[in-house]
Design a protein around this ligand. Structure first.
Ligand code: SAM
Length: 344
């Protein structure tokens, strides 16, 4: 127990200070946009993003050092498909020196060797995207035959190869207009594997997508599932605001720019992953304090109510939500250690 607490203690204390001071705590980082899937809900694999290149390990080192001046943060590595990046392991190593790297992947490229290398490089959480319990529906949404089977195999490998109890494996689903009935069977699959389950609400702003948020209020159903299934670790404050988000009746003030931001594979910083067209600077060349000032300015002038994805919603719930103690408890459950070889 003591060794768990003291593991990375300095970094954790600095993160706690950042968190309690409501500073920048979460960064989404697209290390490339290339993808081997053709998801119907995402535009990042399309032509507009094709020539953007990728962030090198040397550049990730610069990103890590610069963010550390206002850090540490949880850095969510994504893309595109991050596992297509040939330097993924050194990138994780560079980020974990100062921060807490987590990753979202479609799972198709996970091998035992690579999984072990990622954990050893300091990854603290990996989430695999699975949106439907019906393999055919998942494969169709992801534009890739075999996607479901690959994702499930990846979850098992990732969970079995963890090297420290604080490393976590999640399944994550995007909640859309046609997959609410899939959630309970997916939670049950997670329970059986000893891993945890998360959701994020569909955003029509990722590129230019049609509205596919659930038509009816999904919150009561999700909160009931949360009450009945321990492995469903989404925050109650986050789930409770799905109706407000779906009806665009203002889920609350967005804290992007202050508590979270986005960095793309060229080092372009913006306050939000859905607002790549509103840059706040280039982290590879600009001074961090200038970027941070511009991000805060974006935050001050931003009145966007268009999304309630988990990056935005979880942070807002735990830092500003009305039931902060409840959300803090849920946040602890979402991040607490899971014994090696054990179950949640
Ligand atoms: C863009 S993907 C990149 C990582 C990886 N390729 C994957 O599929 O998980 C990151 C996460 O965003 C989710 N996502 C994609 N399009 C979305 C949308 N329109 N709204 C909300 N989440 C979305 C994906 O399902 C995934 O969980």
């Amino acid at each position: 127990m003591l060794s768990l607490l003291t593991h990375d203690l300095g970094k954790k204390l600095r993160f706690a200070r950042n968190f309690l001071g409501r500073r920048m705590v979460h960064v989404n980082l697209q290390i490339l946009y290339n993808c081997n899937f053709r998801c119907g809900i995402c535009d990042f694999w399309k032509d507009d993003y094709r020539d953007k290149g990728r962030l090198s390990a040397a550049e990730a080192e610069i990103v890590s050092n610069k963010l550390n001046t206002i850090g540490p943060q949880i850095i969510s590595i994504g893309g595109g498909e991050p596992m297509l990046h040939p330097e993924l392991v050194p990138i994780v190593g560079a980020l974990s020196r100062h921060h807490f790297p987590v990753m979202i992947t479609n799972g198709s490229l996970v091998t035992e060797v690579l999984a072990r290398q990622l954990w050893q490089a300091g990854m603290i959480e990996i989430s695999v995207s699975i949106d439907y319990a019906d393999p055919q529906k998942h494969d169709a949404q992801r534009g890739k035959p075999g996607a479901f089977a690959q994702g499930m195999a990846a979850l098992k490998i990732l969970h079995a190869t963890r090297t420290h109890p604080e490393q976590r494996v999640n399944m994550i689903s995007v909640i859309m207009d046609d997959n609410l009935d899939e959630v309970e069977p997916l939670i049950e699959l997670c329970r059986d594997m000893g891993i945890t389950y998360l959701v994020t609400l569909y955003s029509h702003n990722r590129g230019s997508k049609p509205a596919r948020e659930p038509a009816s209020n999904p919150a009561l159903r999700l909160l009931d599932l949360k009450r009945r299934h321990r492995s469903f670790v989404a925050l109650r404050g986050y789930l409770a605001k799905f109706p407000a988000a779906v009806s665009r009746a203002a889920p609350g003030r967005c804290h992007a720019g202050r508590n979270l931001c986005n960095i793309d594979c060229r080092g372009e910083v913006s306050f939000c992953i859905d607002r790549l067209d509103k840059p706040a600077g280039k982290i590879l060349t600009d001074e961090m304090h200038e970027i941070a000032t511009r991000l805060l300015e974006s935050h001050r002038t931003n009145d966007c109510r268009d999304c309630w994805t988990s990056c935005r919603g979880s942070i807002e719930s735990v830092l500003y939500g009305s039931q902060r103690l409840l959300n803090a408890w849920d946040y602890y459950q979402m991040t607490r250690p899971v014994p090696l070889q054990g179950r949640f």
